[in-house]
Design a protein around this ligand. Sequence first.
Ligand code: C2E
Ligand code: CA
Ligand code: CA
Length: 694
Amino acid sequence: MTNQFERIFQTECILEKQTTGFWEIDRTLQFTFWSKEMYELFSNYSEKPPQLTEFLNTIQSEYADIVFKALRECIVHQRDFSIEYEIVSNAHRHRTVIQTGKAVLDKDGQVHRVIGTFQDVTSYRQFETRIKNVDTIISAITENLSAGIWAMDAQSGAILYLSNGVTDIFGYSLDEFRHDPLLWKKSIHPDDVMNVDYKREKLLRNGKLTHQYRIITKKNEVKWLHDQTLIVADENGSATHLIGIVADVSKPIESTMNIKYLSHHDSLTDLPNRRFFMKRLAEKMKNPAGEKRSFAMFYLDLDRFKYINDYLGHEMGDMVLVEMSIRLKRFIDSSCFLARLASDEFAIIHEGMTERNEVICFARKLIALIEEPIHFENQELSLTASIGICFYPDDGTSVQPLLKSADMALSRAKENGKNNFQIYSTAMNRKVTRYFASDKELRKALRNEEFFLEYQPKVDTKTGNIVGGEALIRWYHPEKGEIPPMSFIPLAEENGLIAGIGDWVFHKVCSDLKGWKEQGLEVVPISVNLSPKRLVVPGISQHIKSIVSHYDVNPSLLCVEITERSILLNEQQSQNVIRELKEFGIRFALDDFGTGYSSLTSLINYDIDILKIDKMFIAGMFEKNRNKQIIKYLLSLANSIDMLVVAEGVETQEQLDFLVQEGCPIIQGFLFSKPLKEPEFVQCLIQKTLPAIP
Ligand code: C2E
Ligand code: CA
Ligand code: CA
């Protein structure tokens, strides 16, 4: 910066020299000589110099007098002079000039004449003003900016300049810096010293450097500095100065760090989130040395968590999640990485765990940990979890395949009645996998009619006759193949497409019933699942009635399955819908009973025809004696109030035997039949019974 100023200054001085004129005046104050530069400056005179009075007229009036007096003083008292003033010269341009005068003496020592110079310093003065302005701006910048500017001697390391910004940031005064040239270095945060030293080497190589590091200020505060340093070199290329700007960037850096932390952590439990988990998983798979560092992955899902949210409220739901994450955090050690992947899903990467025995032991402990009751405001809550387990690299060598294996194992654990774990096996791969559809795909599916229905027979335990069927929706995805309802119904409920999908199911069931009738088959009542979201839609009963009437189907051939959750969403509305549709002739079944929190007696008011005992209860029947007792109690209670009972999810002979013994009239489950495609179900209707009845 200085160099540049100097250069301009020198240039301008040279220019000035060219416009210096000379003059001479005699004792009578008559000009006797003007050099050519004088004529150039005062172009109204060309051949001989003007009279002094004439000349003084061109000078600014307050100076005319001064110049006159100076000339006279010089002649009378030999006093040399130098005066700066303004003249209006050619074309009335204001020029700033410096006139000097010197007395020339004769041999008697008397002033004989006065000679002098006349220099046009206009551009010099203008330049000076400009510099002054720039200077004011620069000092305003350096002294008031919150950023600090500094300069240092490259050889001695002595501080040459520090602006207020630097002293403000560090808290040390200029004197303190001057006293201790190492003060800056000493202020660097110990954790950053090595890095800064390393960067300095880079500065020497590149001549400039921008970096960030922490300092500890005089007040013991930690601040983040943004430091831009530049080496200034002389003509020979050797460093003379180091100059730089530093700024306190603690706020932006901390907020970026905070944002980074938030983007990697779940705000409720403070656990790493899905994004962080995926990143960590990918990192763990990268083995620079090429050696295989295997690990186990546990994918954990709280069973029935949505009921806690629905029945006990989201606050309670949140409380449960926080409690569970605290337990998990305490349980794991440093070889584990724990994350919360979704609402009630957690995952653990357990490094170094490769043995099945170890994994089983760990999973059992996890289950026991979750099972411990939660006490909250005089309430006791019991939860269970299902866990899917897989190994890296055996069950997937990259992120997605490994997650898919864990997910498949988890699905299997859920199917097996929850509250258990499953280790992934390749056999699982053959099953239809859980697939998470997008809104767009689902909309397209509805437009292109990619859905179809399967019917699962319901069987009379005494006769083995098929006494009904449940319509279960499936989606045939053009690329992914068959997708089960639990992979898209929740999404449809969220985005509102459930209305269209629900309507489609009603239309299809009615049209099938009509078709079967026309084929002369002996039709059985078909159950349709009604989403909780739809039960509360105003006018839903009228809507359903109009579909049924459209196909001219006898309403008694239809049964609507609803869950206690849907009823509790809006009790009054539910009661009205049930009443209106029952008057029309449609029957109602209470689905998934036993998964919620309400008692059967509290649901009697709703005039439900059929009670479906949830498959989870049936699956756990022989593990927990309590389940058996509850089933017994439910059957006798339902019997006493003329409610029909259907046991869902019956898979084993043992389960069937118990249910028959206790007088359960109707069974639905894989033991008799899986859900069937329409033509196969028609075959069942023709045969009327299922051979599996013992
Ligand atoms: P859900 O109403 O409880 O349906 C019974 C589920 O149990 C069906 O699963 C069926 O395949 C399965 N299942 C039947 N027998 C057995 C058995 O012996 N063992 C085991 N482990 N499972 C058995 P699916 O078809 O996957 O349907 C799941 C859920 O999706 C249904 O549960 C229902 O809540 C929902 N869903 C299905 N179709 C529709 C529909 O058209 N509309 C609505 N809103 N929801 C539907
Ligand atoms: Ca159902
Ligand atoms: Ca069910």
